[in-house]
Design a protein around this ligand. Structure first.
Ligand SMILES: Cc1ncc(COP(=O)(O)O)c(C=O)c1O
Length: 426
Protein backbone atom coordinates (compact mmCIF):
# COMPACT_ATOMS: atom_id res chain seq x y z
CA UNK A 1 0.00 0.00 0.00
CA UNK A 2 1.39 3.39 -0.92
CA UNK A 3 1.10 5.79 1.98
CA UNK A 4 2.15 8.88 0.06
CA UNK A 5 0.24 11.45 -1.96
CA UNK A 6 -0.35 11.05 -5.68
CA UNK A 7 2.00 13.90 -6.45
CA UNK A 8 4.72 12.30 -4.30
CA UNK A 9 4.30 9.11 -6.31
CA UNK A 10 4.49 11.07 -9.55
CA UNK A 11 7.53 13.18 -8.73
CA UNK A 12 10.09 10.59 -9.96
CA UNK A 13 8.42 10.63 -13.36
CA UNK A 14 8.41 14.41 -13.55
CA UNK A 15 12.07 14.89 -12.58
CA UNK A 16 14.27 15.88 -15.50
CA UNK A 17 16.58 13.09 -16.63
CA UNK A 18 19.66 14.97 -15.47
CA UNK A 19 18.27 15.18 -11.92
CA UNK A 20 17.19 11.54 -11.96
CA UNK A 21 20.61 10.33 -13.03
CA UNK A 22 22.33 12.74 -10.63
CA UNK A 23 20.50 11.16 -7.69
CA UNK A 24 21.32 7.67 -8.93
CA UNK A 25 25.02 8.41 -9.46
CA UNK A 26 25.30 10.10 -6.04
CA UNK A 27 24.56 6.73 -4.42
CA UNK A 28 27.59 5.10 -6.02
CA UNK A 29 30.15 7.65 -7.18
CA UNK A 30 33.63 6.52 -8.25
CA UNK A 31 36.56 7.58 -6.14
CA UNK A 32 40.11 6.35 -6.78
CA UNK A 33 40.54 5.56 -3.07
CA UNK A 34 37.09 5.07 -1.56
CA UNK A 35 34.98 3.46 -4.29
CA UNK A 36 36.93 2.16 -7.27
CA UNK A 37 33.88 0.31 -8.65
CA UNK A 38 31.66 3.38 -8.57
CA UNK A 39 30.36 5.41 -11.50
CA UNK A 40 32.69 8.14 -12.81
CA UNK A 41 30.61 11.26 -12.57
CA UNK A 42 31.24 13.53 -15.55
CA UNK A 43 27.61 14.58 -15.61
CA UNK A 44 27.22 16.96 -12.68
CA UNK A 45 28.64 20.45 -13.12
CA UNK A 46 30.99 20.68 -10.15
CA UNK A 47 34.48 22.08 -9.97
CA UNK A 48 37.17 20.32 -7.93
CA UNK A 49 40.15 22.20 -9.33
CA UNK A 50 40.74 24.52 -6.37
CA UNK A 51 39.34 22.42 -3.55
CA UNK A 52 42.53 22.56 -1.44
CA UNK A 53 42.69 26.35 -1.59
CA UNK A 54 38.97 26.59 -0.79
CA UNK A 55 39.03 24.22 2.14
CA UNK A 56 42.03 25.85 3.76
CA UNK A 57 40.41 29.28 3.45
CA UNK A 58 37.11 28.01 4.87
CA UNK A 59 38.88 26.26 7.74
CA UNK A 60 40.52 29.57 8.67
CA UNK A 61 37.08 31.11 9.26
CA UNK A 62 35.99 30.41 12.83
CA UNK A 63 32.94 32.45 13.56
CA UNK A 64 30.26 30.90 15.76
CA UNK A 65 28.43 33.66 17.60
CA UNK A 66 25.04 33.97 19.30
CA UNK A 67 23.32 35.46 16.22
CA UNK A 68 23.82 32.13 14.46
CA UNK A 69 21.59 30.35 16.94
CA UNK A 70 18.38 32.22 16.01
CA UNK A 71 16.06 32.46 12.99
CA UNK A 72 17.58 33.96 9.86
CA UNK A 73 16.09 36.91 8.00
CA UNK A 74 13.96 35.64 5.08
CA UNK A 75 15.63 37.83 2.45
CA UNK A 76 19.09 36.87 3.69
CA UNK A 77 21.48 38.40 6.19
CA UNK A 78 21.80 42.15 5.58
CA UNK A 79 25.57 42.14 6.12
CA UNK A 80 25.94 39.31 3.59
CA UNK A 81 23.80 41.13 1.02
CA UNK A 82 25.86 44.29 1.54
CA UNK A 83 29.06 42.32 1.05
CA UNK A 84 27.67 40.70 -2.11
CA UNK A 85 26.68 44.13 -3.48
CA UNK A 86 30.25 45.29 -2.92
CA UNK A 87 31.59 42.09 -4.48
CA UNK A 88 29.54 42.54 -7.69
CA UNK A 89 30.49 46.23 -7.84
CA UNK A 90 34.19 45.33 -7.65
CA UNK A 91 33.97 42.30 -9.91
CA UNK A 92 32.04 43.95 -12.71
CA UNK A 93 33.57 47.44 -12.17
CA UNK A 94 30.16 49.04 -11.72
CA UNK A 95 30.04 52.80 -11.51
CA UNK A 96 26.88 52.83 -9.41
CA UNK A 97 25.85 51.36 -6.06
CA UNK A 98 23.78 48.19 -5.86
CA UNK A 99 21.06 48.20 -3.22
CA UNK A 100 20.82 45.30 -0.73
CA UNK A 101 17.05 45.91 -0.67
CA UNK A 102 16.83 44.49 -4.18
CA UNK A 103 18.79 41.42 -3.23
CA UNK A 104 17.56 38.13 -1.80
CA UNK A 105 19.54 35.05 -0.81
CA UNK A 106 18.08 31.57 -1.14
CA UNK A 107 18.97 27.89 -1.32
CA UNK A 108 21.18 27.89 -4.42
CA UNK A 109 20.16 29.24 -7.79
CA UNK A 110 17.68 26.36 -7.89
CA UNK A 111 15.89 27.86 -4.89
CA UNK A 112 16.05 31.30 -6.52
CA UNK A 113 14.51 30.01 -9.78
CA UNK A 114 11.74 28.33 -7.87
CA UNK A 115 10.93 31.60 -6.05
CA UNK A 116 11.12 33.72 -9.19
CA UNK A 117 8.76 31.51 -11.14
CA UNK A 118 6.36 31.66 -8.20
CA UNK A 119 6.33 35.44 -8.09
CA UNK A 120 6.33 36.20 -11.83
CA UNK A 121 4.16 33.36 -13.12
CA UNK A 122 0.81 31.85 -12.30
CA UNK A 123 -0.04 28.17 -12.48
CA UNK A 124 0.69 26.70 -15.97
CA UNK A 125 2.47 29.85 -17.20
CA UNK A 126 5.66 29.18 -19.15
CA UNK A 127 9.18 30.56 -19.14
CA UNK A 128 10.96 30.57 -22.50
CA UNK A 129 14.52 29.28 -22.64
CA UNK A 130 17.05 28.67 -25.40
CA UNK A 131 17.65 24.93 -25.79
CA UNK A 132 19.81 22.92 -25.21
CA UNK A 133 19.83 24.07 -21.59
CA UNK A 134 20.27 23.06 -17.98
CA UNK A 135 17.08 21.00 -17.74
CA UNK A 136 16.91 20.94 -13.95
CA UNK A 137 15.19 24.30 -14.50
CA UNK A 138 12.12 22.26 -15.47
CA UNK A 139 11.96 21.06 -11.90
CA UNK A 140 12.85 24.44 -10.38
CA UNK A 141 9.98 26.25 -12.07
CA UNK A 142 7.39 23.51 -11.58
CA UNK A 143 7.95 22.04 -8.11
CA UNK A 144 6.58 25.01 -6.18
CA UNK A 145 5.12 27.37 -8.78
CA UNK A 146 3.53 24.86 -11.18
CA UNK A 147 5.01 26.75 -14.12
CA UNK A 148 6.82 25.06 -17.01
CA UNK A 149 9.78 25.64 -19.29
CA UNK A 150 9.08 26.24 -22.99
CA UNK A 151 12.02 25.33 -25.23
CA UNK A 152 13.22 27.67 -27.97
CA UNK A 153 15.95 25.85 -29.94
CA UNK A 154 19.20 27.69 -30.62
CA UNK A 155 19.74 28.17 -34.37
CA UNK A 156 22.01 26.18 -36.69
CA UNK A 157 22.35 23.14 -34.45
CA UNK A 158 22.96 20.81 -37.40
CA UNK A 159 26.08 22.77 -38.35
CA UNK A 160 27.18 22.76 -34.71
CA UNK A 161 26.85 26.53 -34.29
CA UNK A 162 24.09 26.86 -31.64
CA UNK A 163 23.31 30.53 -32.31
CA UNK A 164 21.36 32.66 -29.83
CA UNK A 165 19.12 35.26 -31.40
CA UNK A 166 15.93 37.13 -30.56
CA UNK A 167 14.14 35.21 -33.32
CA UNK A 168 14.11 32.03 -31.29
CA UNK A 169 12.11 33.75 -28.56
CA UNK A 170 9.78 35.38 -31.08
CA UNK A 171 9.04 31.94 -32.54
CA UNK A 172 8.83 30.36 -29.11
CA UNK A 173 6.46 33.02 -27.82
CA UNK A 174 4.12 32.66 -30.79
CA UNK A 175 4.21 28.88 -30.61
CA UNK A 176 3.43 28.90 -26.88
CA UNK A 177 0.50 31.27 -27.39
CA UNK A 178 -0.83 29.09 -30.23
CA UNK A 179 -0.80 26.20 -27.78
CA UNK A 180 -2.90 28.22 -25.35
CA UNK A 181 -0.02 28.89 -22.96
CA UNK A 182 0.87 32.19 -21.32
CA UNK A 183 4.59 33.07 -21.40
CA UNK A 184 5.57 35.08 -18.30
CA UNK A 185 9.32 35.29 -18.77
CA UNK A 186 12.55 34.42 -20.54
CA UNK A 187 15.54 32.75 -18.89
CA UNK A 188 18.94 33.59 -20.37
CA UNK A 189 22.09 31.79 -19.26
CA UNK A 190 25.32 33.67 -19.92
CA UNK A 191 27.92 32.13 -20.13
CA UNK A 192 25.84 29.31 -21.49
CA UNK A 193 25.41 25.80 -20.17
CA UNK A 194 26.09 23.45 -22.03
CA UNK A 195 27.74 25.23 -25.00
CA UNK A 196 30.11 27.41 -22.95
CA UNK A 197 29.33 30.34 -25.26
CA UNK A 198 29.54 33.91 -23.97
CA UNK A 199 27.04 36.46 -25.26
CA UNK A 200 27.83 40.13 -25.73
CA UNK A 201 25.42 42.92 -24.95
CA UNK A 202 24.60 43.27 -28.69
CA UNK A 203 23.08 39.79 -28.63
CA UNK A 204 21.23 40.23 -25.34
CA UNK A 205 19.75 43.73 -25.90
CA UNK A 206 17.35 42.78 -28.74
CA UNK A 207 16.03 40.00 -26.50
CA UNK A 208 15.47 42.50 -23.68
CA UNK A 209 13.65 44.78 -26.13
CA UNK A 210 11.41 41.99 -27.36
CA UNK A 211 10.67 40.92 -23.77
CA UNK A 212 9.74 44.51 -22.89
CA UNK A 213 7.38 44.67 -25.86
CA UNK A 214 5.63 41.50 -24.64
CA UNK A 215 5.89 42.51 -20.95
CA UNK A 216 7.91 39.42 -20.15
CA UNK A 217 10.30 39.21 -17.22
CA UNK A 218 13.90 38.33 -18.10
CA UNK A 219 16.01 36.34 -15.68
CA UNK A 220 19.69 36.44 -16.58
CA UNK A 221 21.63 33.59 -14.99
CA UNK A 222 25.33 34.49 -14.84
CA UNK A 223 26.35 31.57 -12.66
CA UNK A 224 29.52 30.98 -14.77
CA UNK A 225 30.48 34.69 -15.07
CA UNK A 226 33.87 34.23 -13.37
CA UNK A 227 34.62 30.85 -14.93
CA UNK A 228 35.61 32.19 -18.33
CA UNK A 229 38.84 30.97 -19.86
CA UNK A 230 42.05 33.00 -19.68
CA UNK A 231 42.29 34.07 -23.29
CA UNK A 232 38.76 35.56 -23.34
CA UNK A 233 37.98 39.27 -23.14
CA UNK A 234 36.42 40.45 -19.83
CA UNK A 235 32.87 39.22 -19.28
CA UNK A 236 30.14 41.85 -19.71
CA UNK A 237 27.60 41.28 -16.96
CA UNK A 238 24.06 42.56 -17.48
CA UNK A 239 24.69 44.65 -14.35
CA UNK A 240 27.00 46.78 -16.52
CA UNK A 241 24.42 47.48 -19.25
CA UNK A 242 23.73 51.23 -19.44
CA UNK A 243 20.23 50.96 -20.83
CA UNK A 244 17.87 48.27 -19.72
CA UNK A 245 14.56 48.92 -21.38
CA UNK A 246 12.33 47.34 -18.74
CA UNK A 247 14.44 47.44 -15.57
CA UNK A 248 11.65 46.36 -13.22
CA UNK A 249 11.25 43.08 -15.09
CA UNK A 250 14.95 42.35 -15.64
CA UNK A 251 16.69 40.28 -12.98
CA UNK A 252 20.25 39.10 -12.37
CA UNK A 253 20.85 35.74 -10.68
CA UNK A 254 24.03 34.06 -9.50
CA UNK A 255 25.21 31.49 -6.99
CA UNK A 256 28.33 30.28 -5.20
CA UNK A 257 28.00 26.80 -6.70
CA UNK A 258 30.08 27.33 -9.84
CA UNK A 259 32.48 30.29 -9.79
CA UNK A 260 33.36 29.46 -6.17
CA UNK A 261 32.76 25.71 -6.46
CA UNK A 262 30.70 25.78 -3.25
CA UNK A 263 27.65 23.86 -4.42
CA UNK A 264 27.32 22.29 -0.96
CA UNK A 265 26.70 25.65 0.72
CA UNK A 266 23.45 26.13 -1.22
CA UNK A 267 23.77 29.88 -1.62
CA UNK A 268 22.08 31.59 -4.54
CA UNK A 269 21.24 35.23 -5.01
CA UNK A 270 18.93 37.44 -7.04
CA UNK A 271 19.49 41.11 -7.76
CA UNK A 272 15.91 41.88 -8.71
CA UNK A 273 14.45 44.60 -10.88
CA UNK A 274 12.26 45.72 -7.99
CA UNK A 275 12.26 45.62 -4.20
CA UNK A 276 8.70 44.31 -4.30
CA UNK A 277 9.82 41.10 -6.02
CA UNK A 278 12.18 40.46 -3.09
CA UNK A 279 9.61 41.24 -0.44
CA UNK A 280 7.03 38.92 -2.04
CA UNK A 281 9.60 36.18 -2.53
CA UNK A 282 10.73 36.54 1.11
CA UNK A 283 7.42 35.13 2.35
CA UNK A 284 8.10 31.86 0.55
CA UNK A 285 11.83 31.99 1.14
CA UNK A 286 11.08 31.61 4.83
CA UNK A 287 10.82 27.89 3.97
CA UNK A 288 14.27 27.59 2.43
CA UNK A 289 16.52 30.49 3.41
CA UNK A 290 20.08 29.26 4.08
CA UNK A 291 21.23 29.26 7.71
CA UNK A 292 22.80 32.39 9.15
CA UNK A 293 26.09 30.65 9.83
CA UNK A 294 26.49 29.60 6.20
CA UNK A 295 25.74 33.13 4.99
CA UNK A 296 28.14 34.55 7.54
CA UNK A 297 30.94 32.20 6.46
CA UNK A 298 30.39 33.29 2.86
CA UNK A 299 30.35 36.93 3.98
CA UNK A 300 33.77 36.48 5.59
CA UNK A 301 35.06 34.83 2.44
CA UNK A 302 33.82 37.67 0.23
CA UNK A 303 35.18 40.32 2.59
CA UNK A 304 38.73 39.25 1.78
CA UNK A 305 39.16 40.93 -1.61
CA UNK A 306 42.77 39.89 -2.12
CA UNK A 307 41.89 36.22 -1.50
CA UNK A 308 38.95 36.54 -3.90
CA UNK A 309 41.14 38.08 -6.61
CA UNK A 310 43.79 35.40 -6.34
CA UNK A 311 41.22 32.58 -6.19
CA UNK A 312 39.37 33.80 -9.31
CA UNK A 313 42.64 34.11 -11.21
CA UNK A 314 43.87 30.69 -10.14
CA UNK A 315 40.53 29.04 -10.86
CA UNK A 316 40.34 30.53 -14.34
CA UNK A 317 43.85 29.44 -15.20
CA UNK A 318 43.22 25.89 -13.94
CA UNK A 319 39.92 25.67 -15.84
CA UNK A 320 41.65 26.86 -19.02
CA UNK A 321 44.54 24.42 -18.72
CA UNK A 322 42.36 21.46 -17.80
CA UNK A 323 39.88 22.19 -20.61
CA UNK A 324 42.64 22.05 -23.19
CA UNK A 325 44.05 18.78 -21.87
CA UNK A 326 40.73 16.96 -21.61
CA UNK A 327 39.55 18.28 -24.99
CA UNK A 328 42.67 16.85 -26.61
CA UNK A 329 42.39 13.53 -24.78
CA UNK A 330 38.76 13.11 -25.83
CA UNK A 331 39.54 13.96 -29.46
CA UNK A 332 42.38 11.42 -29.33
CA UNK A 333 39.95 8.64 -28.38
CA UNK A 334 38.52 8.54 -31.90
CA UNK A 335 39.22 10.77 -34.87
CA UNK A 336 35.48 11.10 -35.55
CA UNK A 337 34.91 12.95 -32.26
CA UNK A 338 34.85 16.73 -32.47
CA UNK A 339 34.83 18.99 -29.45
CA UNK A 340 33.22 22.35 -30.01
CA UNK A 341 35.32 25.27 -28.77
CA UNK A 342 34.10 26.37 -25.35
CA UNK A 343 34.84 29.77 -23.81
CA UNK A 344 33.70 29.30 -20.23
CA UNK A 345 32.32 26.84 -17.70
CA UNK A 346 33.08 23.24 -16.83
CA UNK A 347 31.93 21.51 -20.02
CA UNK A 348 33.28 19.72 -23.00
CA UNK A 349 30.46 19.93 -25.58
CA UNK A 350 31.36 16.95 -27.72
CA UNK A 351 29.98 16.07 -31.11
CA UNK A 352 29.78 12.27 -31.31
CA UNK A 353 27.39 12.26 -34.25
CA UNK A 354 29.85 10.53 -36.56
CA UNK A 355 30.09 7.65 -34.10
CA UNK A 356 26.37 6.93 -34.11
CA UNK A 357 25.22 4.01 -36.28
CA UNK A 358 22.23 6.19 -37.18
CA UNK A 359 21.59 9.85 -36.40
CA UNK A 360 18.63 9.27 -34.11
CA UNK A 361 17.87 9.85 -30.45
CA UNK A 362 17.37 6.08 -30.04
CA UNK A 363 20.95 5.54 -31.16
CA UNK A 364 22.20 8.35 -28.94
CA UNK A 365 20.42 6.65 -26.05
CA UNK A 366 22.05 3.31 -26.95
CA UNK A 367 25.47 4.95 -26.99
CA UNK A 368 24.68 6.61 -23.66
CA UNK A 369 23.57 3.26 -22.14
CA UNK A 370 26.76 1.57 -23.38
CA UNK A 371 28.85 4.32 -21.81
CA UNK A 372 26.82 4.21 -18.58
CA UNK A 373 27.14 0.43 -18.36
CA UNK A 374 30.92 0.95 -18.40
CA UNK A 375 30.59 3.11 -15.29
CA UNK A 376 30.68 6.62 -16.75
CA UNK A 377 27.95 9.17 -16.46
CA UNK A 378 28.01 12.00 -19.00
CA UNK A 379 24.90 13.79 -20.23
CA UNK A 380 23.58 12.99 -23.70
CA UNK A 381 22.17 15.97 -25.58
CA UNK A 382 18.61 14.71 -25.25
CA UNK A 383 18.84 15.09 -21.45
CA UNK A 384 19.59 18.75 -22.16
CA UNK A 385 16.93 19.34 -24.79
CA UNK A 386 19.33 19.37 -27.74
CA UNK A 387 17.57 19.16 -31.14
CA UNK A 388 20.34 17.14 -32.83
CA UNK A 389 21.17 13.59 -31.68
CA UNK A 390 24.81 12.83 -30.97
CA UNK A 391 26.00 15.62 -28.67
CA UNK A 392 27.30 14.89 -25.16
CA UNK A 393 28.19 17.19 -22.28
CA UNK A 394 31.26 16.03 -20.37
CA UNK A 395 32.37 17.77 -17.17
CA UNK A 396 36.15 18.20 -17.19
CA UNK A 397 36.63 20.01 -13.84
CA UNK A 398 36.68 16.94 -11.61
CA UNK A 399 39.72 15.37 -9.89
CA UNK A 400 42.43 14.32 -12.35
CA UNK A 401 42.36 10.66 -11.28
CA UNK A 402 38.63 10.56 -11.96
CA UNK A 403 39.19 11.87 -15.49
CA UNK A 404 41.94 9.27 -16.06
CA UNK A 405 39.66 6.44 -15.03
CA UNK A 406 36.65 7.82 -16.92
CA UNK A 407 38.61 8.15 -20.17
CA UNK A 408 40.06 4.65 -19.78
CA UNK A 409 36.53 3.27 -19.43
CA UNK A 410 35.20 5.51 -22.21
CA UNK A 411 37.68 4.04 -24.68
CA UNK A 412 36.39 0.53 -23.85
CA UNK A 413 32.77 1.68 -24.08
CA UNK A 414 33.29 3.25 -27.51
CA UNK A 415 34.93 0.04 -28.78
CA UNK A 416 31.95 -1.98 -27.59
CA UNK A 417 29.52 0.45 -29.19
CA UNK A 418 31.47 0.45 -32.48
CA UNK A 419 31.27 -3.32 -32.68
CA UNK A 420 27.57 -3.39 -31.89
CA UNK A 421 24.82 -3.02 -34.43
CA UNK A 422 21.44 -1.34 -34.36
CA UNK A 423 18.94 -3.69 -32.70
CA UNK A 424 16.40 -4.98 -35.17
CA UNK A 425 12.84 -3.85 -34.53
CA UNK A 426 11.30 -6.98 -36.14
C1 LIG B 1 23.11 27.36 -15.61
C2 LIG B 1 22.85 26.85 -14.22
N1 LIG B 1 21.98 27.51 -13.43
C3 LIG B 1 21.70 27.06 -12.19
C4 LIG B 1 22.30 25.92 -11.66
C5 LIG B 1 21.94 25.48 -10.28
O1 LIG B 1 22.84 26.01 -9.35
P1 LIG B 1 22.72 25.89 -7.78
O2 LIG B 1 23.69 24.84 -7.34
O3 LIG B 1 23.09 27.23 -7.25
O4 LIG B 1 21.33 25.53 -7.42
C6 LIG B 1 23.20 25.22 -12.45
C7 LIG B 1 23.85 23.99 -11.95
O5 LIG B 1 24.43 23.21 -12.69
C8 LIG B 1 23.49 25.70 -13.76
O6 LIG B 1 24.38 25.08 -14.56
Amino acid sequence: MNTLSIRAQEIGGTLSQILNKFMLVQKNTYDHELNTNGICNLGVAENYLCENELISKLQSIQIWNTSHIYYPNSVGLLSFRQTLCQFFQNTFHLNYQLSPDRMLVSSGLSGIMSLISYVIGDKNDVLLIASPYYTAFDHDVSALANCAIFRCPLLEQDSGQFILSVEIFQHGYEKAVRQGLRPCGIILVNPHNPTGDIYDEEVIQPILEYAAEKQLHVVIDEIYALSIFDDEKPFQSMLTYKNIIDPQRTHFVWSLSKDFALSGLRLGVIYAGSESLCSCAAAINFLQVPSTIVQDIARMLFSDQSWIDSYVKLNRSRLTARYKIVKQRIEDLDERIRVRQTRAGFFIWADLRLLLHATTFEEEQRLFETIFSHGIYMSPGQFLGCSQPGWFRIIFSVREKWIDEALRRLKLALDVYNQSSIPSTA
